[in-house]
Structure formats: structure tokens, C-alpha cells
Design a protein. Structure first.
Length: 246
């Protein structure tokens, strides 16, 4: 059968290839925030282990709700704010602001084991990125922090030193953070691979919105209301049996 009606076809626009610098930046960001990057993220649960034992998290739906709260009203949002301000301080060459934000980020951690988690990952991130992708000026930036460098500070500092855009860094960071939380929950509940991916998919708009808020926030906007998650992180320190370090 033939027809005279013109086909309703949307013109196909060929994608513009990445420049060499853009390709290198994306390659580094994907590597640094990959689950395979050896910062030891797999050994921490951010208190999720206690929440599972206490019965707060029992299935995919309760894990999703818990993580949504942690992202929007807890450690997720605050870490994003710190990352953004560190990134901007480095890009502006403002060592005083960098030191201030790095110190505040370290002091903002609510429990001993969460402090262990974020400082250990921050130290590993810095050391490995410096060994494999060293950059002129990176030593100066590390020294300017003048103290412990927590994980979001490390990510913001290194990505800015390599001139990787903030927006890409922020969303890569939140994807890595959320994926690690889901991985811990999947092992603890336990959940299957399909349910884990459904939780990750359901949290996509939360991650995007939280990243946008974090990039627009001032340091005065810092704060959280996830008291149960903070208690979980503290209770995990004395949990009788456990698989994770936090």
C-alpha cells in the first residue's frame, strides 16, 4: 500500500565530539567516582547496617525512603554544599576560603565512625589521584586545607584542580554516593540486583534536585533533619555484630 502523506520524521542531529580536554576530564571523573576506584567505600554503610538491624529498613521501599531523606535533608545535601564551595574556592584561588570550608566540612560530621569513614575516603582519594593524576598546584591546595580532608572536600579539590566543571562533578559525586549506599543496603536487607537498580532509578530525580540545591546553597544553608540516620551512625559504633565499618 502506498500513501502520499509525508513521513513525520525528526531530523537526526549528529552529536558533536568531545574536545580532547573534555574527553580527558570526563574520563578522569568517571574513574575517580567509579565503584572500582580504591577509596574503600564498599566497607562503609553510613549507619545503614544499624537501621537494618533496628527494622527501619526492611525492603526496597524503606531503603529508598531512608536514602531519599539522607540525600535531601541530611549528609548528602551538606556534602554537596561543601563540595561546591571547595570547588569554587579552588577555581578562585582563594586559599583562605578553601581552608575555612575544609575545616567546617570536617567539623560537621555527626559521629566518630562517620568521621572515620569520610576522612579515610578523603585521604585515599587524594593519595590515589595524586599518584596517578598529579597536577601542578595540587600539593599547595592540600597544604592550604591545613588539616583533615573529608571525602567531599577531596572530590571538590581534585576536580577543580583539574578544571573539571562543578555541575558534572556534583552529579557524579551524588551518583557514586547513592550507588554505594544502595550497595550496602542490598547486601544487608538483602535485595536482588533488579530491586537495587529500581531504587537507583527512583532516586534519580532526588539526586538531580539535590545537586542543583547544593550548587545554589550558601554555607548558611547548611543543616539537616535526619536525626534517625544520625542516631543510626552513632549506634553502629557499638553494634554487636556487623559487616561494615560505619
Amino acid at each position: 500500500m502506498t500513501t502520499n502523506r509525508q513521513a513525520d520524521l525528526t531530523p537526526v542531529v549528529e552529536p558533536v565530539a568531545l574536545s580532547a580536554d573534555e574527553g580527558a576530564a570526563l574520563y578522569r571523573l568517571m574513574t575517580w567516582l567509579s565503584p572500582a576506584f580504591p577509596v574503600g567505600a564498599f566497607s562503609y554503610s553510613s549507619g545503614i547496617e544499624w537501621a537494618v538491624e533496628a527494622g527501619d529498613i526492611t525492603d526496597a521501599a524503606t531503603l529508598q525512603n531512608w536514602l531519599s531523606s539522607m540525600l535531601t535533608d541530611g549528609a548528602g545535601f551538606c556534602d554537596g554544599v561543601f563540595l561546591a564551595h571547595v570547588h569554587r574556592a579552588v577555581m578562585a584561588g582563594d586559599d583562605a576560603a578553601l581552608r575555612e570550608v575544609a575545616e567546617l566540612a570536617s567539623a560537621f560530621v555527626a559521629s566518630k565512625e562517620r568521621q572515620l569513614e569520610t576522612t579515610s575516603q578523603g585521604r585515599a582519594f587524594i593519595e590515589i589521584a595524586r599518584s596517578a593524576w598529579n597536577h601542578d598546584g595540587l600539593e599547595h591546595l592540600i597544604a592550604a586545607c591545613d588539616g583533615a580532608i573529608v571525602y567531599p572536600t577531596a572530590v571538590g579539590l581534585v576536580s577543580a584542580a583539574h578544571r573539571i566543571p562543578l555541575a558534572a562533578t556534583m552529579h557524579g559525586f551524588f551518583h557514586a554516593l547513592t550507588s554505594n549506599w544502595i550497595s550496602a543496603g542490598a547486601r544487608l536487607v538483602p535485595l536482588g540486583q533488579t530491586d537495587s537498580q529500581r531504587v537507583l532509578a527512583a532516586l534519580e530525580p532526588v539526586v538531580v534536585a539535590t545537586g542543583k540545591r547544593a550548587m545554589e546553597a550558601s554555607l548558611d544553608d547548611l543543616g539537616g533533619a535526619t536525626f534517625r540516620a544520625d542516631i543510626a551512625a552513632m549506634r553502629h559504633e557499638t553494634q554487636y555484630t556487623r559487616l561494615f565499618r560505619s
